[in-house]
Design a protein around this ligand. Sequence first.
Ligand code: AMP
Ligand code: ZN
Length: 136
Amino acid sequence: MTECIFCKIGSGEIPAKKIYEDQNTIAFLDIFPSAKGHSLVIPKKHYSTLLDIPEMELKELIQIVQKVGAGIMKATQADGFNILQNNKEAAGQIVPHLHFHIIPRFKDDCLKLSFGSKQGEEKELAHWESQIKKHI
Ligand code: AMP
Ligand code: ZN
């Protein structure tokens, strides 16, 4: 996957504003930030989505997300933060290399990351409850 931009950042082939790096993981500032300090945490190894990374590597990665998130909170004096993780184009994934967004949030920042506004119908919710359980 040599054409992957995040692989190239991971290997140091192209520059990024790196805020954390270890053997398997790297975190850097997003070039189109939604807020000051908006960063991305990626495994250096190429995995397209959350479904592709082995469990042990994901455990390590999410621990780094926590560590970097804490650092970003302190550095930016944020009031909170969102973790965003897009999988596949339909979900808004533009770069097909697994990454976690860490987006610092500030009181009254008016950033909109919205979810459904209408309560689900009981029958429909019950249907998906039973269907999804079968596949886990
Ligand atoms: P996603 O929609 O989850 O795939 O988001 C990809 C993110 O990567 C976007 O927020 C981009 O601004 C960011 N991005 C793309 N290229 C770079 C780059 N070279 N350095 C830093 N961030 C990047
Ligand atoms: Zn990659």
